[in-house]
Design a protein. Structure first.
Length: 318
């Protein structure tokens, strides 16, 4: 059986349904790594320098968990998806980084440089040919199915589903739960939806009686409009997930704003200063959560409960 491994980290929550549809159309079984564990983080962190950001350490741990179980591990190199935008150097050089620190990992890599999200068909056939022979017509249909799957997935996210919900039950009807408070939670999907790294942040918020609006509930066009609304010139590839989503959600009926980012992420550190000013102008309470491998669960829960309690008391006064 032909198999390809997909690390359940970094861009997984953004593109996994598209990748699954693509490989399924080629008759290749996609094998996901399991959700993040402490062992994965420990093993991944041991392979890179200490200054490496948490998401990349986790990613390396996921790759290690797939080595020996699949024919190859799929790792895209994502550049700027919009004209004039640039990605984090670690995401651009991710295949090279992994090949250097995990030399025994068989890798399947592609370069993504446009909104189309796939290289040309001849180039794609050449890359896949390292492991499998693929019929050109089958490959063309596979790309078309992948793009259709990504569009359907995006529609589910805009309805308010979280990526795990949209992937597990794509056909179910979804109605957002009502709650006395609505909080915008912005960040990159690899930070928002990794329950180990965030200590189940979104589930804890909902348990406290909060309706959560994440970056993914805002249409991409609306997110990029939000970047410009806050007076920023789009520069980073995924800037819309933090700055743009905040610019849009702060003009909607939200009671507060939480950002989730990784310690040591230079692009995110610049974006957070924009969020502080934007939340102040919109008169919305704002709490930044910064993750690293030493983040304690108890401290985060205390901050979360205090923030939600403050939002309840603030709402009672208005």
């Amino acid at each position: 059986m032909n198999t390809v491994g997909i690390p359940q980290a970094l861009l997984y929550h953004r593109y996994a349904p598209m990748w699954r549809a693509f490989f399924a159309a080629l008759g290749i079984t996609m094998v996901n790594s399991s959700p993040t564990t402490s062992e994965m983080l420990t093993r991944g962190a041991a392979r890179v320098v200490p200054e490496t950001c948490l998401p990349v350490k986790i990613y390396c741990g996921h790759v290690l968990s797939l080595v020996g179980r699949v024919d190859c591990v799929f790792i895209p190199s994502v550049h700027g998806l919009r004209p004039g935008t640039h990605n984090c150097a670690k995401l651009i050089g991710l295949p090279d980084l992994v090949a250097n620190v995990i030399p025994d990992a068989p890798l399947l890599t592609i370069d993504v440089e446009t909104e189309r999200l796939w290289p040309s068909l001849p180039q794609l056939a050449l890359l896949l040919g390292k492991y499998w022979l693929v019929n050109p017509l089958t490959l063309k249909k596979a790309v078309e199915r992948a793009q259709a799957a990504q569009g359907a997935y995006q529609d589910l996210l805009l309805q308010g589903m979280d990526p795990p919900q949209a992937m597990d039950a794509p056909d179910q009807h979804f109605a957002p739960a009502s709650a006395p408070l609505t909080v915008a939670v912005v960040g990159h999907p690899y930070n928002l939806y990794d329950d180990y790294a965030t200590h189940r942040l979104l589930a804890r918020l909902r348990a406290l009686g909060v309706r959560v609006r994440t970056s993914d509930s805002v249409h991409p066009a609306g997110r990029w409009a939000g970047v410009e609304e806050l007076g920023q010139i789009p520069y980073w590839t995924f800037e819309d997930e933090i700055v743009g989503a905040s610019g849009s959600l702060l003009h909607q009926a939200v009671d507060g704003l939480i950002s989730v980012s990784a310690f040591g992420c230079a692009p995110d550190s610049v974006m957070l200063s924009v969020l502080t000013e934007a939340a102040h102008r919109a008169n919305r309470p704002y709490m930044p959560l910064i993750l690293d491998e030493h983040s304690g669960q108890a401290g985060m829960i205390t901050r979360l409960e205090a923030f939600v309690d403050m939002l309840f008391r603030r709402k009672e006064k208005t």
